[in-house]
Design a protein around this ligand. Structure first.
Ligand SMILES: Nc1ncnc2c1ncn2[C@@H]1O[C@H](COP(=O)(O)OP(=O)(O)OP(=O)(O)O)[C@@H](O)[C@H]1O
Ligand SMILES: [Mg+2]
Length: 452
């Protein structure tokens, strides 16, 4: 391929107009030149044909790349696209070795790079992990700019890969979002001068497209995960409701039936005792009605929609007192509630409701404090504290799957859905404190994500 044609290719791919040109019959490269005689034109179009075919192939790959929503396929297509694009510049790609390296998401400190996808790497190379601190990989990550080497044998990290030891030239491109590098694209070839300026530019262009595609794939995955969370949370809420209905009102109504049966029998044997039995039935029925009303309130707290979080928490406290004689003290900062989206208010209410119910059921506490406050300008903090018996959190969480409980897991799921953090602290005899931090802005949500 001559200089003009490959330069044109770089420009075309860079500004993303390949589609337009090829969509118009691939005629731009020919039409832009001087008008030729029909015989010359035929010859020229024959000569241009292989280029057009390659361009079409590259265009298809790039279009495929940016429309792919699977992370793995984006990686594969980036490497295949790079090889095809280098082929178009006239470079032999048979011996090209390429790889995508990502920082492993396994909590290693300091973080390590692992191979996410590779072409012509050996099997042991595919499972290699490297620190990304030295050689061209280290320089690429530190500077945020592509780096070239023509002496791979002197590169301490590249020589850890068997396949690269047969190569002289290496080219490394950072994969960056904003100022954060989350991996690199790596290319190597036995020819010392393989990665000339023109080839490097082509690879830079492909890597930019790959970045966009990776971001799309990541966003798609996040939406999918969120959808799965919502489905799971809904399913668990239904399971919990069915269990609460079974353990609460169903048992109570069964008890009323038994008491009524007993009262019927007493009517003949001991009419004087019937009055007492009827009073017991009335008490159970009244208590059950309160419990069902309480359940209905927590299931659909209309006051939350009409008057907001502070009113809903206060109503919950009143009902707790009325139904269970449990003292709940609510302290809210109206200012922060004003800044909370309706969804986040619902999440806070649901978590507070479950936490308060846990205290009522398990803690034998005199007081429960529910607070909603602002922290560091753009975070809302929900605190539920009690002076009850406390519990061994490690013991409960270690055996959580065997317990059949859902409360804790639901609270955590809901905090995550609101892009927040859930934290619990408890010790036997010392009471329990739950803290939920919810971001009030996108920027605050980003800071939480980085912190995690
Ligand atoms: N405030 C608290 N004080 C004392 N123990 C608690 C408190 N909160 C939770 N626990 C303990 O943690 C366990 C797990 O709580 P979780 O809410 O997950 O389940 P549950 O309340 O038993 O059942 P569910 O919420 O599914 O109806 C409880 O069974 C209880 O032993
Ligand atoms: Mg519970």
């Amino acid at each position: 391929m001559d200089f003009t044609a490959s330069t044109t290719l770089i420009i075309l791919v860079s500004i993303g107009v390949v589609a337009l040109l090829l969509g118009g019959g691939g005629g731009y490269l020919i039409a832009s030149k001087k008008r030729k005689s029909p015989a010359k034109e035929k010859h020229a179009s024959q000569k241009a044909d292989p280029l057009n075919t390659k361009l079409r192939k590259l265009y298809k790959l790039l279009a495929d790349l940016t429309s792919t929503l699977s992370y793995e396929r984006v990686l594969d297509k980036s490497l295949d696209g790079s090889s095809i694009a280098l082929g178009i510049t006239g470079k032999e790609t048979e011996e090209l070795i390429s790889a995508v390296l990502f920082f492993a998401d396994d909590g290693s400190v300091p973080p390590v790079l692992r191979v996410a996808s590779g072409r012509r790497l050996t099997r042991p190379d595919m499972s290699k992990k490297i620190p990304g601190l030295k050689g061209i990989i280290g320089k690429t990550i530190e500077s945020g700019a592509p780096q070239l080497t023509t002496v791979i044998s002197q590169d301490p990290e590249l020589t850890q890969f068997w396949a690269f030891r047969t190569c002289k030239a290496g080219y490394c491109i950072p994969l960056r979002v904003n100022l954060e590098t989350f991996g690199v694209l790596l290319f190597a070839h036995p020819e010392e001068l393989y990665f000339a300026a023109e080839q490097r530019e082509i690879l830079n262009v492909i890597s930019r497209q790959a970045m966009i595609a990776l971001q799309n794939a990541r966003l798609f995955q996040e939406i999918k995960d969120e959808k799965d969370h919502i489905i799971k949370a809904e399913d668990e809420a239904r399971t919990k409701l069915a269990r609460d209905l079974h353990d609460g009102p169903t048992q109570a109504v069964a008890a009323i039936a038994m008491q009524a049966n007993l009262a019927g029998k007493l009517l003949k044997k001991n009419p004087a005792a019937v009055e007492n039995e009827l009073r017991l039935i009335e008490d159970t029925a009244r208590r059950t009605t309160k419990e069902i009303r309480h359940m209905l309130f927590t299931l659909r707290p209309l006051v939350l929609e009409s008057e907001g979080l502070a009113a809903a928490l206060n109503t919950m406290a009143e009902k707790m007192n009325e139904t269970y004689n449990q003292n709940v003290i609510v302290e809210t900062d109206e200012n922060v509630i004003y800044d909370l989206e309706m969804n986040s208010q619902t999440v806070i209410f649901t978590i507070a409701e479950e936490a308060v119910n846990n205290v009522r059921k398990h803690a034998k506490a005199k007081h429960i404090w529910v607070r909603v406050q602002r922290a560091r300008r753009d975070f809302a903090v929900l605190e539920i504290e009690d002076d009850g018996m406390g519990f061994d959190t490690k013991d409960v969480f270690d055996n959580y799957n065997q317990r059949g409980s859902l409360g804790m897991v639901n609270m955590k799921e809901r905090a995550t859905l609101a892009r927040g953090i859930f934290h619990i602290e408890s010790k036997p005899g010392k009471g329990t404190k739950i803290e939920v931090v919810i971001p009030l802005t996108d920027d605050a949500a980003d800071r939480i994500r980085k912190f995690q």
